[in-house]
Design a protein around this ligand. Sequence first.
Ligand SMILES: [Zn+2]
Length: 239
Amino acid sequence: MDCGSQGDPPLRSITALVARKISLTVISLLSLGLLWAANATAGPTSTRLAYGTGEIVPIPASIPHEEGDMVDRRILPNLRWLAQRYPIFISDGYSGPLPNGEYAGCHGCHVKNSDHHNGLAVDISPLNWSDKCDANWRGITRLAKWAEPLQNQPTPPFRWVGYDGDAGHGCGHHLHLSWEHALVAEFQLAEWVEVFPVKLMEVGDHPRRKRPKPEAKAPAGPPGGISSIRAGGLAARGD
Ligand SMILES: [Zn+2]
């Protein structure tokens, strides 16, 4: 008869309990870590719809860009925020006619109904240009993954992210970012643009606002907008 065995079970239970508690703590910490990692890489924590009057404006010097590039001013705070965190250089923004008869951006570079034609898309390359997918592109790849953690599932407010896996885009080529917006004709200003609130981004979690369904009809552009050339819906990709 094993006399010692009678005293063992309680001790074993305590040991087992302690071991279980420790493993549960480890699992909780691991989950917390994963949650943190997911939050750190999966795009903005909240978005809002900017209904303010749109306007095609020059990109300010605080956001590195090709001379003459312009965008709808409502995405400027987001671009400024991105420029402070990623080594971006904007190679194209709004592409279309200006009220003064001139043409902004790259003419004939984008698909029909491209978000570039509404000033709500930018093409991005690294601040230190390289035509090879090298270390200069690391920050751009990080930004691409932040905006689109899974292929073809851009995180709001982004409507289309063009990078690795998309023809004509990717590391060593360029990154395309489009912002979600109201259905609008080409070369018109959208009624609303979905953006991430820059101030809240420092604070953390806020519920994400639900997107309204796109209107059946394209609203007329705000007064003082750019002239309409032809009507259209949203491009499938927006590049
Ligand atoms: Zn583009």
